[in-house]
Every structure is written in structure tokens, then in C-alpha cells.
Design a protein around this ligand. Structure first.
Ligand code: GAL
Length: 330
């Protein structure tokens, strides 16, 4: 009898200990992995969550907002403690927040803001500032001329924020009559084909363009191909974003003027750290700003991005270990 009592006692203890030590489970809902950067975000996020003692479960919606909602439900059913979301659609993802809250799961919006809902946290870069950095750089070189603006899709709030940044810089020059915006379009996806379509459509009537500001490097590469078709690559200023390998090579080749290097590692680590803290019942640190998402002031972390040009490639992406020198120059 005494023996059975001891065994039972042990069993209860084991159950209690394993129950208390359950690892925090973090769901990471991503849009797609088409753009190079997202593979890095994914890898770094999972690495950090695991390093902090948690389990990360990743789902990729491949640009389908409804699929992302189903994936959210599935992760909630798998008892995730926190959801980190790269929303496919800025509004439809509000449904994810509702589903999560019904199950007491807090939501962190990653890189892109989820609009008009009771979002808990937002971790990103200062996207208006990125737009300003791009436009500022190009207008310093060419304060007069014809500018084409190619934004990302309207389903991504970052596309609007970047354009806001561009216009902060361009508007005074447009008002002075120095700059004319000859193309101003939102693409359907963050893909090269989109910018290629937009630019070839413009270039079939005229070759008159001095600068092209693009929402990201994928779009910039499509614009460069359109310029190559008419042998004008290298003669038009081009700004992109993400510091992807092709863009940095294009900068070296003289076909692209700048890209923007986002601190992906800091972003992924900050999100992983916040998610684990929240799962452990603690308040996340460094949420030192709030961002209005149309419904509430969302506690946020906004990191700074930096410019990569032909002169500072070594001092930026290479020295930060974001890419190897041989990858660029081979
Ligand atoms: C945006 C992001 C960009 C780019 C793009 C394509 O939301 O801000 O850095 O990667 O998505 O996925």
C-alpha cells in the first residue's frame, strides 16, 4: 500500500513538473516566401524562439488571405500561446485577431500593420522614414525631372506608408514645378513582373523618365528589365528596398542606385523575444511607441533602416553579415 502511495506521489510530481515546464508555443503566420528576405525572417525567428526555450510553428499562406485565416484557426486549435502575423491583407487579417482573442491568444503584427482591429502589438521598421530615405537620396541627385512611383499592393499597409514617405519629400518639389510624377501605380503583388508591366506600359510611348522609386527590390528589378529592353538601364535612378542579393548586384553593376537595408535580424529577434515574454505572462520590453491602426493605439517597436549604395556595401550588408562579399562580386 505504502509502495503504491509512493508511486502515485511520484506520478503526481512528474505530471506537475512537466505541466509547469511546458514550452511556450508561438505561431508564426507568414504571407509568402517569394521575396528573399522572408526566408531570413523565418529562419531567424524560429532560431530565436527555440533559443529562448519555446517552440515555433510556422505557416505560409502563399498570398491567400482566406487561407491565412484558416491557418490561424488551426494554430489556435494547436494551443499556441501567441500568434505573430505577417498579414496577407491589412483588413482581412482583422479576422485573425478576432479569432485569436476569442481564445485569449494575443497577436503581434510583424513588419506589416493589421488595420482597424484590436491588435495587441506591432513590430516593424519605420516605413514612412524608409520612403523618405529613398526619395531624399534620389532627389538629392536629381532635384529636377520625371519620376515614376511603383508601390506594392494595396493589401499591404507598408505600400501606403512608403508612398507617404516619398510624397513628404517629393510634394514640395512637385509644387515648385521641378518634379513631375509620370507614373504613380500600386502593383498587384510584390513581384518583378508587376513593375515590368507598369514600366513597359509607360515606356512604349516615351523614354522620358529620370528616376523610379520602387516599394521593394523585386519591383526595382522588374523596372530595370523594362529599362534594359530600351537600353536605358544605368541611365535612370532607381531605389528599392530589402537589400536582396540581386539588388546589391544591380547596384554594383550601376543599374540600381540604392536599396534599403532593414535590420531583419533585430526585427525577428524582437518579435521572438516579445512573443516568449507574453507567453510567459510578462510584458514585452522595448514597446516604446504607439501606432494608430485605425481602431486603437497599438504598442509598437519601430526599428531604423539604412541606405545601401555602391560606396557603402562593405560597411553595411557585408560587415553586418547579411550577405557574403563573394555572393555579390562573383
Ligand atoms: C513588404 C515589406 C517589404 C517587402 C515586401 C514583399 O511588406 O515591407 O520589405 O519584402 O513586403 O514581401
Amino acid at each position: 500500500m505504502k509502495r503504491i502511495g509512493i508511486i502515485l506521489g511520484w506520478l503526481v510530481m512528474v505530471i506537475l513538473i512537466t505541466g509547469c515546464n511546458q514550452k511556450p508555443k508561438i505561431g508564426f503566420l507568414m504571407d509568402d516566401l517569394n521575396n528573399e528576405r522572408w526566408k531570413k525572417d523565418k529562419e531567424l525567428f524560429v532560431q530565436k524562439v527555440e533559443e529562448l526555450g519555446g517552440i515555433a510553428v510556422v505557416e505560409v499562406a502563399n498570398t491567400d488571405p482566406q487561407k491565412q485565416i484558416l491557418q490561424a484557426q488551426s494554430l489556435i486549435d494547436q494551443d499556441v500561446d501567441v500568434l505573430v502575423v505577417v498579414p496577407v491583407d491589412l483588413l482581412e487579417a482583422g479576422e485573425i485577431v478576432k479569432l485569436a482573442h476569442r481564445n485569449y491568444v494575443p497577436v503581434i503584427s510583424y513588419d506589416r500593420l493589421i488595420k482597424d482591429c484590436n491588435l495587441d502589438y506591432y513590430i516593424s521598421t519605420d516605413n514612412i522614414n524608409i520612403g523618405e530615405l529613398q526619395a531624399n537620396y534620389l532627389t538629392k541627385i536629381s532635384p529636377v525631372g520625371k519620376y515614376a512611383l511603383i508601390s506594392g499592393p494595396k493589401s499591404d499597409y507598408n505600400a501606403y506608408l512608403l508612398r507617404l514617405g516619398w510624397m513628404n519629400i517629393l510634394q514640395p518639389l512637385i509644387d515648385k514645378g521641378d518634379i513631375e510624377v509620370v507614373v504613380d501605380e500600386f502593383s498587384n503583388f510584390w513581384l518583378p513582373d508587376e513593375a515590368y508591366r507598369i514600366m513597359t506600359n509607360y515606356l512604349k510611348n516615351t523614354q522620358d523618365v529620370d528616376a523610379i522609386i520602387c516599394g521593394n527590390d523585386a519591383l526595382a528589378s522588374g523596372a530595370i528589365i523594362a529599362l534594359k529592353d530600351i537600353k536605358k538601364n544605368g541611365n535612370v535612378l532607381i531605389a528599392g528596398q530589402d537589400a536582396n542579393i540581386q539588388a546589391v548586384r544591380n547596384i554594383v553593376a550601376g543599374d540600381q542606385t540604392i536599396t534599403i537595408y532593414k535590420p531583419i535580424e533585430a526585427l525577428a529577434f524582437a518579435a521572438a523575444d516579445a512573443a516568449i515574454k507574453i507567453a510567459d505572462g510578462e510584458a514585452p520590453s522595448n514597446m516604446n511607441i504607439t501606432v494608430n491602426n485605425g481602431k486603437r493605439l497599438v504598442p509598437a517597436i519601430l526599428l531604423e533602416a539604412s541606405i545601401v549604395n555602391r560606396q557603402n556595401i562593405k560597411m553595411t550588408v557585408i560587415s553586418e553579415g547579411f550577405m557574403g562579399e563573394s555572393e555579390i562580386y562573383n
